[in-house]
Unconditional design. Sequence first.
Lengths: 217, 218
Amino acid sequence: MAMGPESLAIDASHLSRRYGRRWALADVSFQLQRGAVMMVAGRNGSGKTTLLRILSTAIRPDLGRGVVLGHDLINGREEVRRATALLAHYSYLYESLTALQNLDIVARFCGAPPSSAATALARVGLADRADDPVSTFSAGMRKRLSFARVLLQRPAIAFLDEPFGQLDPEGFALVEHVVAELKGGGATVVIATHQVDRVTGFADVRLMLEQGRVVSA
Amino acid sequence: MITALRKEFLLQWRTRAQAVAVFVFGATALLLFSFAIGPNAAALRQHAAGFLWLGLLLSSTLTLSETFHAEMENRALEGLLLLPVSPRALYYGKAVANALQLILLGIALVPVMVVLYDAGTTRIPMLLVVIALGAAGISAPGTLYSAMTSQARAKQTLLPLLLFPLIVPVLLASVKATSLIILGDPMGQAQAWISLLLAFNGIYWSLCGLLFDRVVED
């Protein structure tokens, strides 16, 4: 079924990206409706991360064009960034600063109220570690903190790259609640994962990648 | 930019021990330079300004080469660029914070220079203006080049190689102005060197701000 441009969250057309001679993403095209949850699945090295990084404007495509919420990925980069948040492999955190200081920086840049940093921290279950430096955090705690960072941005589209990685069972439930919360608020969520079973339950759309190409959608 | 500056101060406060180490390095450099002249009081005084700025310049490379360390650790800079914030604001926040750090370092090195080179002056406000402009002139391109070299393996070597040729006019003007302040300025030439410093600061601060997003974006 054809979708009108105003109802589209993402319109990707022939997106391609290469590192050296190897095409990490080749000719990927798809459309995603606003408010939907999309699962991007595939093995390690299939291009999931590259796709999310292109769509969140962290990197540029070498070929193809992408439109996110009506804004071009290249020319409308700033508008795309204002409306999206990326949970990446990297935590994007300052090791020497405390959890609260890290979130406070994000809140200030996003124009969120000063109290929102503490609220987001409590939301991911780290309120009691607010004043501890990130360098003392475990991998799972860093992941939770990165989630708090995404929540603070109040995104219209959230790109979650391997959101379950390094989390304990409580953390898995947290991810599911956060995704439900984002979806409930009308946000679009794109989840890249190889833990297909965990996401299948709440994904509206699936995109399967293999060696950088779409094998099923 | 205020938010970016605030973030820089937070990061600098957390690594304040490094600032002490940089000061000790600068003071040691001044001490070693004095050995090259020997116990000739007039010659020491004559060269004091040049050695002060060389000490500050060498110390600045230690500060500047580390300025993007925290940003690269967990790709924090990429995380900031994905927020609704202008890369230019991030640059100016960092460059201003670096300039302030270098100004403080320069001010801290002045008493060391006075003691080692017997190079005191009563024109303190003028000296402060020259230190501020000289430090700012090093900081603006230094911050940009630090971003460029932050992912290079040999960043500690690469940064001075790129930076030193570019800041020759600033270094020259700073040394000349400081020297005139210390040794006396009967012809009122210091003003001209300060004007030159102002002009180069204008060029560096505007140009580097414009180029920063090209350096840090994919």
